[in-house]
Write a protein that binds this ligand. Structure first.
Ligand SMILES: [Zn+2]
Length: 137
Protein backbone atom coordinates (compact mmCIF):
# COMPACT_ATOMS: atom_id res chain seq x y z
CA UNK A 1 0.00 0.00 0.00
CA UNK A 2 1.40 3.34 -1.04
CA UNK A 3 0.14 6.81 -1.78
CA UNK A 4 1.84 8.94 -4.41
CA UNK A 5 1.65 12.69 -3.78
CA UNK A 6 3.06 14.87 -6.58
CA UNK A 7 5.06 17.98 -5.65
CA UNK A 8 2.28 20.40 -6.63
CA UNK A 9 -0.01 18.78 -4.05
CA UNK A 10 2.71 18.60 -1.41
CA UNK A 11 3.26 22.36 -1.86
CA UNK A 12 -0.49 23.05 -1.64
CA UNK A 13 -0.83 20.89 1.46
CA UNK A 14 1.98 22.67 3.33
CA UNK A 15 0.59 26.07 2.25
CA UNK A 16 -2.81 25.10 3.67
CA UNK A 17 -1.22 23.86 6.92
CA UNK A 18 0.77 27.10 7.31
CA UNK A 19 -2.26 29.27 6.53
CA UNK A 20 -4.31 27.58 9.27
CA UNK A 21 -1.62 27.36 11.96
CA UNK A 22 -1.88 27.31 14.95
CA UNK A 23 -5.17 25.61 14.02
CA UNK A 24 -5.11 22.18 12.40
CA UNK A 25 -5.99 22.18 8.71
CA UNK A 26 -7.98 19.39 7.07
CA UNK A 27 -8.60 18.41 3.48
CA UNK A 28 -9.34 15.65 1.01
CA UNK A 29 -7.24 14.11 -1.77
CA UNK A 30 -8.80 12.92 -5.00
CA UNK A 31 -7.07 10.63 -7.44
CA UNK A 32 -6.81 7.26 -9.10
CA UNK A 33 -6.07 3.76 -7.92
CA UNK A 34 -2.59 2.93 -9.24
CA UNK A 35 -2.66 -0.84 -9.20
CA UNK A 36 -2.61 -3.17 -6.25
CA UNK A 37 -3.24 -1.23 -3.10
CA UNK A 38 -1.51 1.91 -4.37
CA UNK A 39 -3.12 5.20 -5.31
CA UNK A 40 -2.05 8.43 -6.92
CA UNK A 41 -3.45 11.75 -5.71
CA UNK A 42 -4.04 14.37 -8.41
CA UNK A 43 -6.27 16.95 -6.67
CA UNK A 44 -6.40 18.54 -3.23
CA UNK A 45 -9.53 19.95 -1.63
CA UNK A 46 -9.03 22.15 1.45
CA UNK A 47 -11.95 21.77 3.90
CA UNK A 48 -12.97 23.96 6.84
CA UNK A 49 -12.06 22.67 10.29
CA UNK A 50 -15.23 22.93 12.42
CA UNK A 51 -13.70 21.40 15.55
CA UNK A 52 -14.49 23.34 18.74
CA UNK A 53 -10.85 22.71 19.72
CA UNK A 54 -9.13 23.32 16.35
CA UNK A 55 -5.61 23.64 17.77
CA UNK A 56 -5.77 20.03 18.92
CA UNK A 57 -8.32 18.23 16.74
CA UNK A 58 -10.05 18.50 13.39
CA UNK A 59 -13.57 17.98 12.15
CA UNK A 60 -14.02 18.42 8.41
CA UNK A 61 -17.04 20.52 7.41
CA UNK A 62 -19.41 17.79 6.14
CA UNK A 63 -20.89 20.10 3.49
CA UNK A 64 -17.40 20.90 2.15
CA UNK A 65 -16.50 17.21 2.17
CA UNK A 66 -19.68 16.33 0.28
CA UNK A 67 -18.93 19.00 -2.33
CA UNK A 68 -15.35 17.72 -2.67
CA UNK A 69 -16.62 14.14 -3.14
CA UNK A 70 -19.08 15.33 -5.81
CA UNK A 71 -16.34 17.28 -7.59
CA UNK A 72 -14.16 14.17 -7.58
CA UNK A 73 -16.98 12.07 -8.99
CA UNK A 74 -17.68 14.66 -11.70
CA UNK A 75 -14.00 14.61 -12.63
CA UNK A 76 -13.68 10.83 -12.67
CA UNK A 77 -11.69 10.78 -9.42
CA UNK A 78 -12.16 8.90 -6.18
CA UNK A 79 -11.25 9.74 -2.60
CA UNK A 80 -7.67 8.46 -2.15
CA UNK A 81 -6.80 10.18 1.12
CA UNK A 82 -7.61 12.68 3.84
CA UNK A 83 -5.01 15.00 5.32
CA UNK A 84 -4.68 17.18 8.37
CA UNK A 85 -1.91 19.05 10.14
CA UNK A 86 -0.38 18.82 13.56
CA UNK A 87 0.93 22.37 14.12
CA UNK A 88 3.02 21.23 17.10
CA UNK A 89 3.67 17.66 15.93
CA UNK A 90 4.03 14.75 16.01
CA UNK A 91 3.75 13.07 12.59
CA UNK A 92 1.72 10.30 14.18
CA UNK A 93 -2.06 9.93 14.58
CA UNK A 94 -3.44 11.04 17.93
CA UNK A 95 -5.75 8.66 19.82
CA UNK A 96 -8.64 10.92 18.72
CA UNK A 97 -7.50 10.71 15.07
CA UNK A 98 -7.48 6.93 15.27
CA UNK A 99 -10.80 6.74 17.08
CA UNK A 100 -12.65 9.03 14.66
CA UNK A 101 -11.17 7.77 11.38
CA UNK A 102 -14.27 6.89 9.35
CA UNK A 103 -12.89 6.27 5.84
CA UNK A 104 -10.90 3.26 4.61
CA UNK A 105 -8.33 5.55 2.95
CA UNK A 106 -4.83 6.78 3.83
CA UNK A 107 -4.71 9.55 6.42
CA UNK A 108 -1.86 11.97 5.74
CA UNK A 109 -0.46 13.97 8.67
CA UNK A 110 1.65 17.09 8.17
CA UNK A 111 3.82 17.81 11.21
CA UNK A 112 4.65 21.51 11.00
CA UNK A 113 7.19 21.27 13.81
CA UNK A 114 9.51 18.83 12.02
CA UNK A 115 8.14 19.37 8.46
CA UNK A 116 7.43 15.68 8.14
CA UNK A 117 4.63 14.23 6.05
CA UNK A 118 3.49 10.72 6.95
CA UNK A 119 0.58 8.52 5.88
CA UNK A 120 -1.32 5.86 7.78
CA UNK A 121 -4.30 3.66 7.47
CA UNK A 122 -6.43 3.63 10.58
CA UNK A 123 -8.43 0.40 10.49
CA UNK A 124 -10.31 -0.03 13.75
CA UNK A 125 -8.25 2.62 15.44
CA UNK A 126 -4.84 1.03 14.94
CA UNK A 127 -2.37 3.13 12.89
CA UNK A 128 -0.68 1.23 10.04
CA UNK A 129 2.12 3.27 8.43
CA UNK A 130 1.96 3.56 4.64
CA UNK A 131 4.56 4.36 2.07
CA UNK A 132 4.19 7.95 0.92
CA UNK A 133 5.85 8.47 -2.43
CA UNK A 134 6.82 11.69 -4.08
CA UNK A 135 9.29 14.56 -3.85
CA UNK A 136 9.09 14.78 -0.04
CA UNK A 137 10.06 11.12 0.49
ZN1 LIG B 1 -4.41 14.59 14.28
Amino acid sequence: MALFLPSVLVTALWAHAEREAPRECVGALGGHPAGGEAAEAVALYPLANLSPDPERTYLADPGHLLRALRAMEAGGLTLVGLYHSHPRGPAWPSPTDARLAAYPVPYVIADLRTRMLRAYRLPEGTPVPLRLEGPHA
